[in-house]
Design a binder for this molecule. Structure first.
Ligand code: ACO
Ligand SMILES: O=CC(=O)O
Ligand code: MG
Length: 570
């Protein structure tokens, strides 16, 4: 990796012999592969380019509005319900009826679009599989394009894999989970596809290519006339939902399918969005199939939104659970809002995963998952997320036992009591302590996650927990905030203040610990040192980077060009 003048890497440039057949104004800088060419057809690229051209200014405006909102919060404002849209919150209206194919979403498995995991997830016994181009995926060209190939084969029902090392063949069962696809957030570019000289918007590439190739088969085999289905991440305002709604309408028109065929669940995973839940559902009324509590990004967003509010610092990451008042209020209000509007209120992800070779620790982890799921189903959630196939029976049992034969609780658990939740409830500062171990864990996890991400894995097990982009973000922004405000670490009796010297020492010691834990060979071969450099810069920079992955993305872009080196984009 070459490091350019500004400290960013210059995209590696490799010479190519074969080109994709592209429509006018489209340039593919990603590696040529005959399999990818079946996805990157001229017509599919034209569909993506048309979306890009129609919506790019709307997207730019929405991102500009995010910057404006950030400025306001940094000057001391708090997120709030918008008086201008009070009528949407107060009037009675409902979303389009839930498609029968996805009425029952008790347990949804999530995972990256890796071929084996796609097959395993679809076979897992979960009601839904959310195939992830987002938190769980490192968005390099190979991962993205292979992911598209995998999803096309999955919807066609032809996906299979021969694991030669284990002499095991993977193929689909007769009964599979229903597929939802989560494209990237609005902020991420796709630097390998240039449209009119600019990088494409990542999520339009993810959505567009998948939709183009699979809508027809999906509606026949999975959606019973509806679909395809999507999860939409990281939105901050209903204007962003409106763009998605318009994208869906355009896609339906091009495909010649009924308006309202495409359905999406929006993740409420930013603090500003919790004040916009009615408005988001309203914008997507014909296309909505609920909201989901994306708890990890939500915690990240709480820190980010209050980056300039030293009176609102979070305690250690492990102490910010769903029973903290602000988190409970968010989940309760989400349930109330969804059920009032006739759609699913989905729960979120417990971070525990099965622990191999330690039955006692495994049972303790499972018990934490059960407790979390019991809280969700009793609160009125209609379903939940599982990170691993091994957790599905326990999650399913809890939802089945507490919901009887019902597919969901939309009409039965209205949660009118949550109607009185206020802005203060949603913003209440969490209780807890800030410790040296918290700082160390953030550092150790942040660096290891980023090292995995730079190497192509967007979701990894660390210390018996699932870590993905959302959980790693919490580690990063919390370190940044503690450093920025020189917080005093309590609980250890030493009263040490977090400053650059202390952080440098922690980084050095945690790097040594990582090397010991993973072994010197893996440590030297892996991306740990590069990850440490990026993570340290992000934690100590004078202004907080908006996203960990936006900066790190520059390190995984690899351009291919016929003429030799092309100009770097960053
Ligand atoms: C905050 C959020 O956004 S949450 C949503 C995003 N995060 C996710 O989607 C997490 C997805 N989960 C995962 O990626 C993985 O479970 C990890 C990384 C956490 C753990 O992975 P591992 O330690 O490799 O799991 P493990 O070795 O126990 O896997 C056992 C088997 O289950 C499979 N498996 C594990 N998780 C999944 C999954 N989520 N989907 C499908 N298959 C899975 C593995 O492929 C493996 O299959 P095999 O026996 O055929 O080889
Ligand atoms: O996407 C889910 C989250 O918790 O973040
Ligand atoms: Mg998320």
């Amino acid at each position: 990796m070459d490091i350019g003048t500004y400290g960013y890497p210059t995209p590696a440039v490799k010479k190519i012999e074969s080109y994709y057949d592209v429509p006018e104004g489209v340039d593919i800088r990603g590696r040529y592969d005959a399999e990818f060419a079946k996805i990157l057809t001229k017509d599919a690229l034209k569909f993506v380019a048309d979306l890009q051209r129609e919506f790019r200014n709307h997207i730019k405006y929405a991102l500009e509005c995010r910057r404006e909102a950030k400025k306001k919060y940094n000057e001391g404002a708090l997120p709030e319900f918008d008086p201008a849209t009070r009528y949407i919150r107060e009037q009675e209206w409902v979303c389009a009826p839930v498609p029968p194919a996805v009425a029952d979403r008790k347990v949804e498995i999530t995972g990256p679009v890796d071929r084996k995991m796609v097959i395993n997830a679809l076979n897992s016994g979960a009601k839904v599989f959310m195939a992830d181009f987002e938190d769980a995926l490192s968005p390099g060209w190979e991962n993205l394009m292979r992911g598209q190939v995998n999803l096309k084969d999955a919807v066609a029902g032809t996906i299979s894999l021969h694991d030669k090392a284990r002499n095991r063949v993977y193929k689909l069962n007769d009964q599979t989970a229903k597929l939802f696809v989560r494209p990237r957030g609005w902020h991420l570019p796709e630097a390998h596809i240039l449209i009119d000289g600019e990088p494409a918007t990542g999520c339009l590439v993810d959505f567009g290519l998948y939709f183009y190739h699979s809508y027809s088969a999906f509606r026949r085999t999975q959606g019973a006339g509806f679909g395809p289905f999507f999860y939409l991440p990281k939105m901050e305002h209903s204007r962003e939902a409106k763009i998605w709604n318009n994208v869906f309408e355009k896609a339906e028109k091009v495909a010649g399918i009924e308006r309202g065929s495409i359905r999406a669940t929006v993740l409420i995973e930013t603090l500003p969005a919790v004040f916009q839940m009615n408005e988001i559902l309203y914008e997507l009324k014909e296309h909505s199939v609920g909201l989901n509590c994306g708890r990890w990004d939500y915690i990240f967003s709480y820190v980010k939104t209050f980056q300039a509010h030293p009176d609102r610092l979070l305690p250690d990451r492990v102490q910010v659970g769903m029973t903290q008042h602000f988190m409970k209020s968010y989940s309760d209000l989400l349930i109330r809002t969804c059920h009032r509007r006739g759609v699913h209120a989905m729960g979120g992800m417990a971070a525990q995963i099965p622990i191999k070779d330690d039955p006692v620790a495994n049972e303790a982890a499972l018990e934490l998952v059960r407790k979390d799921k019991l809280r969700e189903v009793k609160a009125g959630h209609d379903g939940t997320w599982a990170a691993h196939p091994g957790l599905i029976p326990a999650c399913m049992e809890i939802f089945n036992n507490n919901m009887g034969n019902a597919s969901n609780q939309i009409d039965t658990v209205k949660r009118e009591d949550a109607a009185n939740l206020t802005e203060q409830d949603l913003l209440q500062i969490p209780i807890g302590t800030r410790t040296m171990e918290g700082l160390r864990l953030n550092t150790r996890v942040g660096i290891q996650y980023l090292a995995a991400w730079l190497s192509g894995s967007g979701c990894v097990p660390l210390y018996n927990l699932m870590e993905d982009a959302a959980t790693a973000e919490i580690s990063r922004v919390q370190n940044w905030q503690w450093l920025k405000y020189g917080v005093e670490l309590d609980e250890d009796g030493l009263g040490e203040k977090v400053n650059k010297d202390l952080f440098d020492r922690v980084v050095e010691e945690e790097m040594a610990r990582i090397e010991k834990e993973v072994g010197t060979v893996k440590f030297e071969k892996g991306m740990y040192k590069a990850a440490c450099k990026i993570f340290t810069r992000q934690c100590t920079s004078p202004t907080l980077d908006d996203f960990l992955t936006l900066d790190a993305y520059n390190y995984i872009v690899v351009h291919h060009a016929k003429e030799g080196p092309v100009k770097a984009l960053n």
